[in-house]
Write a protein that binds this ligand. Structure first.
Ligand SMILES: Nc1nc2c(c(=O)[nH]1)N[C@H]1C(S)=C(S)[C@@H](COP(=O)(O)OP(=O)(O)OC[C@H]3O[C@@H](n4cnc5c(=O)[nH]c(N)nc54)[C@H](O)[C@@H]3O)O[C@H]1N2
Ligand SMILES: Nc1nc2c(c(=O)[nH]1)N[C@H]1C(S)=C(S)[C@@H](COP(=O)(O)OP(=O)(O)OC[C@H]3O[C@@H](n4cnc5c(=O)[nH]c(N)nc54)[C@H](O)[C@@H]3O)O[C@H]1N2
Ligand SMILES: [Mo]
Length: 813
């Protein structure tokens, strides 16, 4: 491991003397006693970085195992050096390479800069209540007692007046990696109080979760893990960018690289952007227009069928609806996928590569060559990311990519796969019990703004309400824990602001966060949570291919300022609602964590005791099989091991989707029974392109996890917020690299730097998502948040977030 010899600069530039931060938190807390937002958010000096990792020998010095728990999918162990109560240094995992099938879980740039998040000037310090207009950011410091009483009174009032379905626990992923210390406490509290309006889907996977049951029977069918990619001949990463979205040692970047280095696989990346993955791993990058993957699949499938390259035996045995001979009885003639390809379907159009080329922007010759290569590589692993599905037609795209895996007979084979996202191995680490929601009524996680605005108008078929035919009440009370989806991460920020500003609609918003993010400014009651460095928790692994692990992340420093844990906050509110004992079961947070370790020990062979885990920090368990092969049993014996689809087979034609297409009313967008290409609103051929000619996507960026870490100065300097624009589009507008530009549409305008590059397809812009929304007095978002430009318009089947489907224009500022 390399160590820096020179001390790192502090946040303010000048290092503070090594011992000058004695009783740091108390002093900084005391200084912020005055009321008013300015006084609360003055700069905080960052404790000085020490040059060497502590040995723990010095008096007052210790090294503590903790972790990074944000939602990149991984959870990385962090070694925190603590001197006189302040964290002075972060080191990554130095263990692991000595264990078979193991690897170091090395934190990425974000985890390594966590001190700047813990000691951020944006840290929330005291409980506050809103005093001005909602969203204006005017708050007054209050006592914890007043905060708890106000929340309990408001909650009782909402439950009495409107019932439990008027309470909503917002999607929030800021503490995804946490266990007892995360947002589950809020759900537990509400579940004990009779429940709340629930949500289905996630901002990550709405469309793929909704579409997958119609092909494979369940929301998420386990795919082959990346460890298995060493057994493949050809790895096709389809809108999948592990070099950024799985970039830590606990992610799968390293494992994906092994597929090439050890297995020698050829790698093709299909993505409108030449992503970091495409640059470092790919033998070929295939750029295409966003949202046109279904057409690319059809063009390739046409080649395979006409040249006889597809696996007919696999289709005949394991699938329904590829050709007319294998359609269910209810299906109309000409409704098979093959009929669609050959021009024998309702549209009468043959889906040749020449048909697909102008839609996708991929030359017909390339489509032919790719089709032959993918069909002839045995085996071939097609692994889709979640970028292709976060679109207005994402559900159809997901199923099209699955189709290619089935047509080439790669499903259920080592070195092949389902066409889904990579699978992984997990262990059943015990989780803090949130309980179950007694209320069955659910909305899609993306439609909460509609549920505030017009809840009782929302129906099952037009708006995707589940568990009831329609909503009876609008959302009146929101719990917003570790979530910036109230503003920054939801679509169409300007429209959301208008909705939330009207406090006669949603009457109470409780925000529990530890940074003054855009969403926090919309709180009625704003509560300062501790950071994960300020408590102990048992952290289960996210995914690391076939390596599972658990971390005992231990309290490194005392809570800063007046911060309190979410568990304690919820326990106090439970007390005021008369259910404290039910909520706590008589346990403190630390006692819960001890119990979770004990329960994990019972459930998992070899899981260490609390004391052992406390010392070693992290415990690993590799998949005994080495890698995972999805649907292997089904492949081996499809009769004994049918899928959970109605036919028990892979459904290329879905009767259930046909029924939805025939019966759902008020749906905007097509839901075809076969994975046909469907054009969408704000696609490349929407008439709106005459005003806004460019398609804008928003990739997940290495400098942030969504908006988390988005205020870290080191990361902002290393990875500034830039819009990727193709050289041709830039030239046509007189834009040069590093120019300040505006990207805009009818929904808003953002200001940021131009990255003029050939690494993005012409006609496409990418604005990395998650930048902190920062409007100037004219409403121009100088933070460059992509959600200033995205829309509320939900996708047809999932009612999910199509946040990569947007038309925009770009100009010099
Ligand atoms: N560094 C970092 N890592 C993260 C996160 C983060 O914010 N930062 N977020 C985490 C979370 S919660 C999630 S859900 C995942 C997200 O993981 P993904 O959803 O897979 O990430 P994206 O960057 O949205 O999309 C992946 C790729 O798809 C491409 N793409 C976009 N539209 C299309 C299309 O129409 N067709 C094709 N073929 N490709 C397209 C994008 O250019 C991008 O390179 O990442 C996780 N990891
Ligand atoms: N345009 C566009 N929008 C997107 C996406 C996209 O691709 N494009 N991706 C979507 C996806 S996949 C996702 S998952 C969502 C993510 O959206 P969010 O779930 O909102 O994720 P973050 O932006 O990371 O915000 C997490 C919040 O948790 C807070 N937090 C961090 N640690 C703690 C803690 O210990 N305690 C508490 N109480 N709070 C804490 C952070 O300060 C931050 O305000 O965004 C979605 N939005
Ligand atoms: Mo996500």
């Amino acid at each position: 491991m390399t160590q820096t010899a020179t001390p790192r600069p502090t946040l303010l530039g000048a290092p503070v003397p090594r011992r000058s931060f004695m009783k740091w938190s108390a002093a900084a807390g005391g200084a912020a006693a005055a009321v008013g937002i300015g006084a609360h958010y003055g700069l905080i000096p960052l404790p000085t970085a020490s040059a060497e990792p502590s040995t723990g020998d010095d008096a007052g010095e210790k090294v503590v195992w903790n972790s990074c728990n944000v939602n990149c999918g991984s959870r990385c162990p962090l070694l925190m050096t603590v001197v006189d109560g302040a964290i002075t240094r972060i080191d990554a995992d130095p263990t692991g390479d000595d264990e078979l099938g193991s690897q170091q879980i090395r934190a990425c740039v974000r985890g390594r800069s966590i001190r700047q998040r813990i000691y951020s000037p944006d840290r929330l310090k005291h409980p506050m209540k809103r005093v001005g207009k909602r969203g204006a950011g005017e708050f007054e410091q209050i006592t914890w007692e007043e905060a708890f009483d106000t929340i309990a009174d408001s909650l009782k009032k909402t439950l009495d007046e409107y019932g439990n379905e008027a309470v909503y626990v917002q999607y929030g992923s800021g503490t995804t990696g946490a266990n007892a210390s995360g947002g589950t406490s809020v759900s537990r509290l509400m579940n004990l109080l009779g429940g709340n309006l629930g949500y289905y889907g996630t901002y990550s996977t709405s469309q793929i979760n909704a579409a997958t049951p119609y092909t494979y029977g369940v929301e998420r069918e386990t795919n082959n893990s990346f460890n298995d990619a060493i057994n493949t001949k050809l790895l096709v990463l389809w809108g999948n960018n592990p070099h950024e979205t799985r970039m830590s040692g606990g992610g799968e970047l390293y494992i994906a690289q092994q597929a090439k280095e050890i297995g020698g696989a050829k790698v093709i990346v299909i993505d409108p952007r030449q992503s970091d993955t495409a640059v470092t791993m790919a033998d070929e990058w295939v750029p295409l227009r966003p949202g046109t993957d279904g057409a690319l699949v059809a063009g390739m499938a046409h080649v395979m069928v006409t040249e006889g390259l597809h696996d007919q035996a696999f289709l005949d045995t394991y699938c329904v609806g590829f050709d007319e001979e294998h359609l269910p009885e209810s299906a109309k003639p000409g409704s098979s996928y093959k009929a669609y390809l050959l021009g024998d379907g309702p549209d009468g159009v043959e889906k040749t590569p020449e048909w697909a080329a102008p839609i996708t922007g991929v030359p017909a010759a390339t489509i032919r060559r790719l089709a032959r290569e993918i069909a002839q590589a045995k085996p071939c692993a097609i692994v889709q990311g979640w970028g292709p599905q976060r679109h207005a037609n994402g559900e159809a795209t997901v199923r099209a990519i699955y189709l290619l895996a089935a047509m080439t007979g790669n499903v259920g084979l080592s070195g092949g796969g389902l066409g889904a996202r990579e699978g992984n191995y997990t262990i059943p680490t015990a989780r803090f019990p949130g309980g179950t929601n007694p209320i069955a009524t659910k909305i899609s996680c993306f439609t909460w703004t509609d549920a505030i605005e017009r809840g009782p108008e929302m129906t099952a078929t037009a708006d995707g309400v589940r568990g009831k035919d329609k909503l009876d009440v609008p959302i009146k009370f929101i719990w917003n824990h570790a979530s910036n989806t109230l503003i920054n991460q939801h679509s169409d920020i300007n429209r959301t602001i208008k909705l939330l500003e009207d406090d006669s609609l949603c009457e109470m918003i409780v925000v529990i966060d530890n940074q003054l993010c855009a969403s926090a400014k919309f709180a009625d009651i704003l509560l300062p949570d501790v950071s994960n460095a300020e408590l102990t928790d048992l952290i289960p692994s996210g995914y690391s291919g076939d390596l599972a692990y658990a971390i005992l992340a231990q309290k490194a420093i005392e809570p800063l300022f007046e911060c309190r844990s979410t568990y304690d906050i919820c326990a106090e509110i439970a007390d005021r609602m008369g259910i404290k004992d039910k909520f706590t079961e008589g346990k403190t947070l630390d006692e819960w964590v001890e119990q979770l370790v004990a329960d994990s020990q019972k459930a998992i062979d070899g899981f260490p005791s609390y004391d052992e885990l406390a010392t070693r920090g992290i415990w690993r368990k590799a998949n005994p099989a080495g890698f995972t092969v999805g649907l292997k049993k089904f492949r081996d014996d499809p009769v004994a091991n049918p899928l959970k689809t109605p036919s028990g087979k892979i459904e290329i034609y879905s009767e259930r989707l046909q029924e939805i297409a025939d019966t759902w009313e008020g749906v905007d967008g097509e839901i075809p029974a076969i994975p046909a290409y469907v054009p969408s609103w704000e696609g490349h051929d929407d008439p709106l392109t005459s005003t806004y000619p460019l398609q804008m996507i928003g990739h997940h960026y290495k400098s942030r996890t969504h908006s988390s870490y988005g205020n870290v100065a080191w990361l902002k300097e290393a990875h500034p917020q830039v819009v990727w624009v193709n050289t041709l589009d830039a030239k046509a507008r007189g834009i040069e690299n590093d120019d300040v530009v505006h990207v805009f549409n009818d929904r808003g305008r953002i200001e940021l730097l131009a990255r003029v590059t050939t690494r993005i397809a012409p006609g496409v812009l990418s604005v990395p998502q998650g930048a902190w929304y920062a409007p100037d007095k004219d409403g121009v978002d100088k933070g460059g948040s992509t959600n200033t430009l995205t829309s509320w318009h939900p996708s047809p089947l999932a009612k999910g977030n199509p946040q990569h489907t947007n038309l925009v224009q770009i100009e010099k500022a």
